[in-house]
Design a protein around this ligand. Structure first.
Ligand SMILES: [Zn+2]
Length: 309
């Protein structure tokens, strides 16, 4: 797999870099151990004093030099109890963190030579590391927009019409020059949408949207303590063919939807409603780390220890 050429050199992490840093399973295990026990395993939980530990044969364990008590750095991680060699997991993560629009379980199956079932499981586990459910945006200027995914429209584009029941509404909020939050929501009522704004957008931010009525009260929202949130809200009148009025536009969030939809079309072909949020998480992660080149792989790796069960 080639590293895309548009990535600046400092942000490239090539296949060769990967092979040098992770030449075998032991190097991968050592990496996870170092993540979870920075500076090494220094204390034995059984002896309750400082003890040296050594790697146990070819098991994923380290043992106390004195009493032999085992420590398993992979316990609670996505690798726990997997029969797939650790380096193949790392390689799958490398692939997922190195492509611009994602990679499917099918491609993982082909690239690393495991069964589809295994590839799908790895894919799902790795993707679980990419979610940022409670991400609070920084503001000060955000754009909000909703779109519909996963099902077929009877005709045309845009908001669903009667008979388009299988379409699922998703809402995205992008801070200009920064991050995105994208969520599947049960409906596009004012309550659903304002709930999301209150959760993710800091008070006092400027919020741009189109003129859809569910956005209408954003400028007059209160927090749970009855304090006005002070959002400055302005809209573009898409209905009147107005798409940009100076600073007022939703181009960033629409750009994000284009990425997601292209990805789904090109990589996954279709998306089942049950997995839609996972797809959104993956694309949001990629968008939020877009300035890190394919060092995104390292970000994914960092999350292994942060997200232990
Ligand atoms: Zn011990």
């Amino acid at each position: 797999m080639k590293v895309p050429q548009h990535i600046p050199k400092a942000l490239r992490y090539s296949m060769r870099d990967f092979m040098n840093e992770f030449p075998n399973d032991a190097a991968c295990l050592e990496y996870i151990k170092e993540q979870r026990f920075p500076g090494g395993i220094t204390e034995c939980i059984k002896c309750k004093v400082e003890r040296k530990h050594h790697r146990v044969g070819n098991r994923t364990a380290y043992a106390c030099d004195h009493c032999g008590n085992h420590i398993y750095p992979l316990a609670g991680t996505i690798f726990h109890k997997s029969a797939t060699p650790l380096r193949l997991w790392f390689y799958a993560m490398y692939l997922m963190g190195s492509t611009r629009c994602g990679i499917s379980a099918k491609q993982i199956q082909r690239e690393i030579g495991v069964t589809y079932k295994t590839a799908w499981r790895m894919f799902k586990q790795i993707r679980s590391l990419l979610s940022d459910k409670d991400l609070k945006l920084m503001g000060p200027t955000v754009e909000i927009d909703e779109t519909y995914m996963g099902g077929k429209r009877k005709r045309g584009t845009g908001r669903p019409m009667r008979g388009d029941k299988t379409k699922i509404p998703v809402v995205g909020i992008v801070e200009r020059g920064g991050k995105v939050v994208a969520k599947v929501i049960p409906d596009v009522t004012r309550d659903s949408i304002t709930g999301m704004v209150k959760k993710h957008v800091p008070a006092g931010s400027t919020v741009y949207s189109d003129e859809y009525q569910s956005y209408a009260l954003i400028g007059r929202l209160y927090d749970d303590n009855g304090k006005i949130l002070g959002y400055k809200h302005d809209t573009v009148k898409h209905g009147a063919d107005e798409f940009v009025r100076g600073e007022v536009h939703t181009n960033s969030v629409e750009g994000f939807w284009a990425l997601v939809k292209n990805g789904v079309r090109g990589v996954y072909h279709q998306v089942s409603p049950a997995y839609l949020q996972n797809y959104l998480n993956e694309y949001a992660f990629r968008y939020n780390h877009r300035f890190e080149g394919n060092k995104q792989f390292k970000r994914i790796l960092e999350r292994v220890s942060e997200r232990t069960a």
